[in-house]
Design a protein around this ligand. Sequence first.
Ligand SMILES: Nc1ncnc2c1ncn2[C@@H]1O[C@H](COP(=O)(O)OP(=O)(O)OP(=O)(O)O)[C@@H](O)[C@H]1O
Length: 244
Amino acid sequence: MMLEAHGLTIPARLHDVTAQLGRGRVTAICGPNGAGKSTLLSALTGLIAPVSGTVTLTAQPLDQIPADERARRIGYLPQTAHVAWNLSVRTLVGLGRLPHRTSALEDARVIDEAMATMQLGDFADRRIATLSGGERARALLARVLATQPQWILADEPLAALDLAHQRSLVISLRQLAQEGAGVVLVVHDLALAMNTADHVVVLDKGRVAALGAPQKALSEQVIAKVWGMTARWLGERGHQALAL
Ligand SMILES: Nc1ncnc2c1ncn2[C@@H]1O[C@H](COP(=O)(O)OP(=O)(O)OP(=O)(O)O)[C@@H](O)[C@H]1O
């Protein structure tokens, strides 16, 4: 039930990165710009191959898992919100069903559910090009949810969202983790990572700088070393804020 990176190396991007990600929990990948977060996430989906090292899913090398099965098991939300075709929201979300061969009725039920989770009910017939950045981000995430993957790997899924939609997405992602999904998020907001994640991987210049429970991996010492900032955690656990 693990998605594991073993000694991943991609020259100038990742250096000997080893990390174990578990299902049933939310993992945050944090680090400064250029630290290798997006590279690690796409290597974990199998989209880019390391020069050395391997990624395994439940102990099986990712490159030995057929592409359609991989697409069913791992849902990936890239950082860019570019959509090549000006589809309706419902059609876009429906693309998430492509790796499955289920009935139209079942597909429709799952698509409705994914759109409801992302509060897209009113947008079903709208064209993607007419949406705001945050609405588009929610539609792309609904497409990932429509796949019902065991793993959700999302690169900055909260960046374009307003406060209320951030909150509701965090609750949905935590709920999915509770139901057994492995949720892996690239997150810049360290307070969000501290309050939301069960496990944090901190990257710095392509290497793992810290790893573990958020209190440990995002300690004031780690923040000083990796981000070069003097910062102090305030507030109670689960509701912490970072004072700079
Ligand atoms: N396609 C590529 N070819 C070569 N180098 C790349 C490529 N994509 C990214 N890089 C470099 O690899 C390093 C890691 O990039 P990556 O996008 O993984 O960082 P990141 O931590 O996600 O950054 P950010 O917070 O800015 O999104 C950076 O130095 C970047 O310039």
